[in-house]
Design a binder for this molecule. Structure first.
Ligand SMILES: [Zn+2]
Length: 98
């Protein structure tokens, strides 16, 4: 008699139907937090990675995850530039950072 595997909290692999995709612990694009935020899972049967909640590809979410911080950084930098340009041209950025 076999004990049944506990039901996986993730949807089966959309490519090969493997019902037990594994959560991805670390990725190059998201470090340790990114894959957790996006419910990034990997099928060890075919190597496909996807969103474990929706079963859809995470490509767009990853792109967003990568571009949003860059956009925010650029906006912050622009705000800094505008502020320093308005106050005084000789002020360096260092007082703003510390
Ligand atoms: Zn698969």
């Amino acid at each position: 008699m076999y004990t049944q595997n506990p039901p996986s909290p993730y949807v089966p692999c959309p490519r090969c139907g493997n019902p037990y995709p594994q959560p991805v612990g670390y990725t190059l694009w998201g470090g340790f937090i990114g894959p957790k935020l996006l419910k990034h899972v990997k099928c060890h049967q075919c190597g496909y990675t996807f969103n474990g909640k929706t079963g859809q590809s995470n490509d767009k979410a990853i792109l967003l995850y990568l571009t949003v911080p860059v956009v925010v950084l650029v906006l912050l930098l622009m705000a800094c530039l505008i502020c320093s340009a308005m106050s005084s041209a000789s002020t360096s950025f260092i007082p703003l950072l510390f």
